[in-house]
Write a protein that binds this ligand. Structure first.
Ligand SMILES: C[S@@+](CC[C@H](N)C(=O)[O-])C[C@H]1O[C@@H](n2cnc3c(N)ncnc32)[C@H](O)[C@@H]1O
Length: 365
């Protein structure tokens, strides 16, 4: 039995299930935050670039993303829906009619095939697979147009964050370890590394706009800058991170310490201007969840220290067998020494700071 629901401005039918891969058609209400922020990102992108866009929702399931993106953004003129599952295709057709979407196409293809078909034409491409997105990234890189926006979700976070180093080596060609923290940060840096490498093959550079590590998934959004020089500059931003048991860390071209991970993306994970605009647009929309705005607020705070390092504070204090001080106290001490520290969007007392490790230690212990 299908069920009617409303999410954002979309009124759709879904097959209620236990939220697993084998559901007739997949729909996870927990991902509303992900969809809220993605919809706001499209509005931010179109208002900053002045572009009217065609959106490719290449793993559409119920069609909820493409429908929301169309209804919630004046500058989305067309949506291309795609899913391999025949039940999804039937549901998308019904949901598109129900929401009076005027300009759309629906395909039942492998997502990679669809993205190759629309090569260079993807103004906005949303890739939302089960598990890893790695298998589809070359097609995504070929598909996304110059100055286009791509948005990718990965749910194989255990692999990206180092729980399974051998799988990480095969899937992402990254030398990984289990004892680097914060896990969310490293998952994002591995994802950006493979994205940079895939886009560089097509002489495309990228600019990261937003990177989210939340619950069971990570989501990255970026813009294409088709330029050989930009692609080369991106590749130079892939380095090793070497670290010690106390979590002191450093990006290096060639690791000298025993513990290291790499290569991974060294550059900034967030774009302050983009996130600031997303947040201000979001605050004006009553259908955007409070939790989505809270996440965006944290992302915005974090984006103000673009060259900062991420630390999971309890890991450092545990190493030195000291109690954790309050965030405000540590922040005050950091600021007294002329540096900055912000809470990040990641769970677990994870901060970003431009203070050298010795200073952080001094303030923390
Ligand atoms: C995580 S769900 C997408 C959820 C949807 N975007 C949403 O926000 O509710 C992944 C979808 O990809 C579809 N799928 C899996 N492999 C595919 C492939 N190779 N090509 C196209 N669709 C695929 C599945 O049928 C499923 O509907």
């Amino acid at each position: 039995m299908k069920e009617n629901i409303q999410e954002g401005l979309a009124k759709i039918q879904i097959f209620p299930g236990k939220i697993k891969k084998s559901d007739i058609v997949f729909y996870n209400p927990e991902m509303k935050i992900n969809r809220d922020i993605s919809s706001l990102a499209i509005e931010t992108f179109t208002s900053l670039t002045g572009r009217t866009v065609k959106v490719l929702d290449v793993m559409a399931a119920s069609g909820i993303r493409g429908i929301r993106y169309y209804l919630e953004n004046k500058r989305v003129e067309k949506v291309i829906f795609n899913d391999l599952n025949p039940h999804a295709i039937k549901l998308i057709k019904d949901n598109v009619k129900k929401n009076n979407i005027k300009n759309y196409e629906i395909y039942q293809k492998d997502a990679a095939e669809l993205m190759h078909q629309y090569r260079f034409e993807g103004d906005v491409v949303d890739l939302d697979p089960f598990g890893s997105a790695s298998y589809y990234l070359e097609a995504l890189a070929r598909c996304t147009s110059n100055k286009g926006l791509f948005m990718v979700t990965f749910t194989d976070t255990a692999v990206l964050s180092g729980t399974y180093p051998r799988t990480a080596l095969r899937r992402y060609n990254v030398e990984h370890r289990k004892d680097y923290f914060p896990k969310g940060e490293v998952a994002l840096r591995v994802a950006w590394k493979v994205i940079v490498e895939c886009f560089a093959k097509f002489d495309k550079g990228i600019v990261p706009l937003m990177s989210i590590s939340h619950k069971h998934y990570i989501k990255v959004m970026g813009m294409v800058d088709k330029h050989k020089k930009k692609a080369e500059e991106n590749l130079k931003n892939l380095e090793y991170i070497q670290y010690k048991d106390n979590q002191e860390k450093e990006f290096v071209k060639c690791p000298k310490e025993e513990k290291y991970i790499g290569k991974i993306w060294k550059g900034s994970l967030q774009n302050e201007e983009f996130i600031k605009k997303c947040l201000s647009i979001g605050k004006r929309k009553e259908y955007i969840d409070k939790a989505s705005l809270k996440l965006l607020t944290r992302l915005f705070d974090e984006s103000s220290i673009p060259d900062g390092k991420y630390y999971e504070l309890p890991k450092i204090t545990k190493y030195y067998k000291k109690p954790v001080k309050s965030f405000q106290e540590i922040k005050r001490e950091i600021e007294q020494r002329g540096y900055r520290m912000k809470k990040t969007h990641m769970k677990g007392n994870i901060v970003i700071t431009d203070a050298p490790f010795e200073i952080l230690k001094e303030c923390l212990l």
